[in-house]
Design a protein around this ligand. Sequence first.
Ligand code: ADP
Length: 383
Amino acid sequence: MIGLVWGGKLARARSRRRDDEGTPTLGALLQRVFRSSGAGLAVLADTGDVVLHNPRAADLGVVHSGLPDARAWAVCQQVVEKGTPQDVDLSPLAYRGRQPAAVLATVRPLGDGFTVVEAADTSEAVRLEATRRDFVANVSHELKTPVGAIGLLAEAVLDAADDPDEVHHFGSKILHEAARLGNLVTELIALSRLTGAERLPELAAVEIDEVVREALTRSRLSAESAGIAITVDASSGLVVDGDRTLLVTALSNLVENAIAYSPRGASVSVTRRRRGDVIEVAVTDRGIGIAPEHQERVFERFFRVDPARSRATGGTGLGLAIVKHVLANHGGEVRLWSRPGTGSTFTMRLPARAAVDQDPLPGAGHEESPDPARTAERAGGLK
Ligand code: ADP
């Protein structure tokens, strides 16, 4: 049936041309389709000869130097015998330069002793599956720790039932672990929304100054208890298309980190500016900094340079992964500059709102009020 439809179209295509010369035959077209296919295709005879194959089959290692891969050939023989298709793993046994890491093929019988091997590069799927497995293992581990601690602490409370001080001591530890568990679950949900099927809700005009103000309000308590003053630049009047809540979450994760990874009394600053079509919001600290070899990895879920320090500050190891996804979902990115012992600057980069006047609003350039960061500055830390 397909042959007929195709034949009819080809005949029409031919009749449209005055000169029939150079019009490909159906066989030639089929060969072009075969040659240009994204799948690695090889037709094998029951003698073990490769009758024809496309360049992709050679790239994927189905055919080497005109001979079929031994695993493919073994399966082809079984397929000829049984007459039913069969899958075969043709992943390279050793790393060979540019070859993909994982190749999966299906061998189908073509009749008369011929088989076709159809191979695809499955490296990405294999990599994703490995990432998923790691993630599940990490989540289980991260959940097990506070749950185990809560169990032990509850036992301690029961044992110390007659001693109010001890009960208070263990009770507050239980509360601390429960809060950590709650944070972890909240961040896991946020992350799965950002990376899962749920699309970013409708984007709306978001004022960057509002985002900065709200993120700083959220971090006020931690800044105060760490004796850290946060300085902010003047209001900018800049606007992006985005999701306000997510942008506030991302920025406050960066500010919380700047506070958590700085020594007591250090300073943190938040600045915003427009650079061409990009709006940048940067958080700079003079904290411990991040070594070059860790600078990419800090955006991975659950990666921590110093797990003990991160746990001590209540970190979940998910904050920067969330920041990265929020920015990616906005068509932006997060950049990092850091030097151990000097400090770090994390910059959120967002596309400026399209076709909207980005000139600073009237009044921009003056001090915001009330501004928690400025309040913190006045309250003490930074001179
Ligand atoms: P956490 O909850 O552990 O802070 P994040 O995903 O927010 O998780 O950060 C991952 C790791 O990156 C942290 O554990 C820390 O080692 C490092 N890090 C993040 N922000 C900073 C910073 N401002 N200065 C130094 N190290 C940082």
